[in-house]
Design a protein around this ligand. Structure first.
Ligand SMILES: Nc1ncnc2c1ncn2[C@@H]1O[C@H](COP(=O)(O)OP(=O)(O)OP(=O)(O)O)[C@@H](O)[C@H]1O
Ligand SMILES: [Mg+2]
Length: 113
């Protein structure tokens, strides 16, 4: 199993969620976060002065999936979250040791299939 951590533009959440439904994503956690990447936020003008805004609002989606689903889910996010401009976000993939469905006690990747 893997955990997919996708940081996307807030306004892309609805489109990404629709695309994830279409590729049978088993579940998701959605977080409203602030952060920055390479550009360290943006510099904004306000009343003639420049202000550095270091942390910009983004949305983080976390999905735990079996290894076989990773490719389709990552592709669906990249396709729908992209505007080809800086700040489109990033996707990180990390290993997951185990999963347990509390209701049944079942373990392993059938929990997220
Ligand atoms: N190395 C990182 N570690 C943790 N979070 C990150 C990292 N890079 C980016 N992020 C998260 O992703 C969000 C969007 O990053 P962003 O798309 O601006 O990345 P970038 O590297 O600057 O790429 P781009 O040049 O396309 O803007 C950030 O606000 C932050 O939440
Ligand atoms: Mg950036």
């Amino acid at each position: 199993m893997k955990m997919i951590h996708a940081i996307i533009r807030r306004e892309k959440l609805a489109a990404v969620k629709d695309a994830l439904d279409a590729v049978k994503c088993p579940g998701m956690m959605v977080w409203e976060i602030v952060g920055h990447g390479k550009q360290k936020g943006i510099t904004e003008q306000f009343r003639g002065r420049e202000f550095k805004v270091d942390l910009l609002p983004k949305t983080k989606i976390e999905i735990i999936v079996s290894d076989s689903q990773v490719k389709a889910i990552v592709e669906a996010i990249v396709r729908t979250a992209s505007t080809n401009k800086i700040g489109d976000g990033k996707i990180f993939v990390s290993p997951i040791e185990d999963a347990i469905r509390i209701r049944t006690g079942e373990r392993g990747d059938t929990v997220v299939l």
